[in-house]
Ligand binder design. Structure first.
Ligand SMILES: Cc1cc2nc3c(=O)[nH]c(=O)nc-3n(C[C@H](O)[C@H](O)[C@H](O)COP(=O)(O)OP(=O)(O)OC[C@H]3O[C@@H](n4cnc5c(N)ncnc54)[C@H](O)[C@@H]3O)c2cc1C
Length: 384
């Protein structure tokens, strides 16, 4: 179920892409595959290579660097199709729409030529490592350091909760190049994990939901990052780089939340029409109709606002305020609507074999990662 479709999504080329993404996911993200990912606590590495071959990776990276030459509309297609199938463990949107934009926006020409083609082909799966055990919402209190040495930097520190942490071949690591310089002391480093001395992956963390997504601790002990691996080639740009790209990450999360609401509503509407009680179906009760009418209204409003933010993003005008509004409001609608939908399933809603129970667990994280919703409110308040 798609609640609202913006005009800019209804163009032949985007619709064609939508069909190709749907075909890919039908073939490679079947319910059996999703179950296997859950059991293994990560997706099959081969799916990433297949996704690269099918042209799903780097869809909004210019063709000159091996990408699809598309834009954020194509990323929205992937987010939706993935979420509508409950295949969220396959974190293509993290790779495509969160990590790769740092390369397209800030990498030097040499860095783009060196890494983007391999990131688009599926040779390299990416992750971004900002969060540390003592620094989540307050990123500036980060302790991971990058000390200048001959020809490069030595990275030391620990990261946690890193999505794609087990699978990642390339990690964009935030570290302090000058701990005394405050907001000008942070830099982003490109770290290839294969054969990287001093780099270690920690546990694949047990989570409340999204169990098929690998989320890990990462350790860096005197990891050498050559000068060429400093994103953009200049020190101290990390914080402005993050500030510039976090709004897009937040819009990605809002779209994920919308897509989960759409799936929850579709599942619930089908269920209440089937479930019989007191000589009627559950759908015949006014309470059911009114609740679902409210959910559909709220979800449509959320979807329209995400469309508005997407238009702003496409025009280069999405700011921290609008992105924070989308992320916090839509993710909170998602958890409340999914909770209400689950109630209509009764005891079956509590059983993990029903998608609504999975959605209930999977959607909760959206209020926390990408910046906790309290941080979103703080950012919005700054604009008052
Ligand atoms: C499944 C998962 C995947 C993740 N993936 C990644 C990843 O790929 N890369 C990465 O770098 N990080 C990732 N994270 C980390 C995530 O972004 C952080 O968990 C999040 O930013 C919150 O930081 P924290 O957990 O340290 O909580 P804290 O910073 O300790 O915050 C705890 C709580 O304090 C409250 N709070 C925070 N700030 C304020 C405020 N200003 N005013 C009032 N209350 C406040 C909020 O309720 C917040 O939830 C992931 C996390 C999870 C759980």
């Amino acid at each position: 179920m798609t609640l609202h479709r913006e005009d800019f999504m209804s163009v032949d080329e985007v619709e064609l892409f939508e069909r190709s993404v749907a075909g890919f996911l039908d073939a490679h993200a079947s319910p059996e595959a999703i179950e296997r990912w859950r059991e293994n606590k990560m997706v099959d590495r081969e799916v990433w290579s297949e996704a690269g071959r099918a042209g799903l990776l780097g869809v909004s990276v210019p063709q000159a660097y091996g990408g699809g030459g598309g834009d954020f509309r194509h990323e929205v297609v992937i987010i939706r199709e993935v979420a509508h199938r409950g295949a969220d463990a396959l974190a293509i949107s993290l790779h495509n729409a969160v990590v790769l934009p740092y390369f397209t926006a800030f990498a030097t020409e040499e860095q783009k030529r060196r890494w983007l083609p391999r990131l688009c082909s599926g040779e390299l799966v990416s992750a971004i490592a900002m969060t540390e055990p003592g620094a989540g919402s307050d990123l500036q209190s980060m302790r991971c350091t990058a000390k200048k040495v001959d020809g490069g930097y030595r990275l030391n520190g620990q990261k946690t909760f890193i999505s794609n942490g087990q699978l990642a071949d390339l990690v964009l690591v935030a570290a302090k190049t000058n701990p005394e310089a405050g907001s000008r002391g942070l830099s982003l480093f490109i770290v290839e994990t294969d054969g990287c001395e001093g780099f270690e992956r920690g546990r694949n963390l047990e989570k409340l939901g999204q169990e098929g997504q690998d989320t890990s601790e990462l350790f860096f002990e005197d990891v050498f990052a050559p000068d060429e691996n400093l994103l953009g080639g200049a020190e101290g740009k990390g914080l402005p780089q993050l500030m510039a790209k976090l709004p897009q990450e937040r819009l990605v999360i809002a779209w994920q939340a919308i897509s989960m609401i759409e799936r929850a509503l579709a599942e619930t509407i089908a269920y209440v029409k089937e479930r019989k009680m007191f000589g009627r179906t559950l759908a015949d009760f006014q309470n059911t109709q009114f609740k679902l009418a409210e959910y559909k209204t709220e979800a449509t409003i959320a979807s329209v606002f995400c469309g508005h933010c997407t238009k702003l993003l496409l025009g280069g005008e999405l700011d921290a305020t609008a992105a924070s509004m989308a992320k916090y409001w839509v993710s909170e609608r998602a958890t409340s609507i999914i909770d209400g939908c689950l109630q209509m399933f009764g005891g079956y809603g509590y059983m993990l074999e029903y998608p609504i129970a999975r959605l209930y667990r999977d959607a909760r994280i959206h209020r926390i990662y990408g910046g906790a919703n309290e941080v979103m409110r703080m950012l919005i308040a700054r604009s008052l």
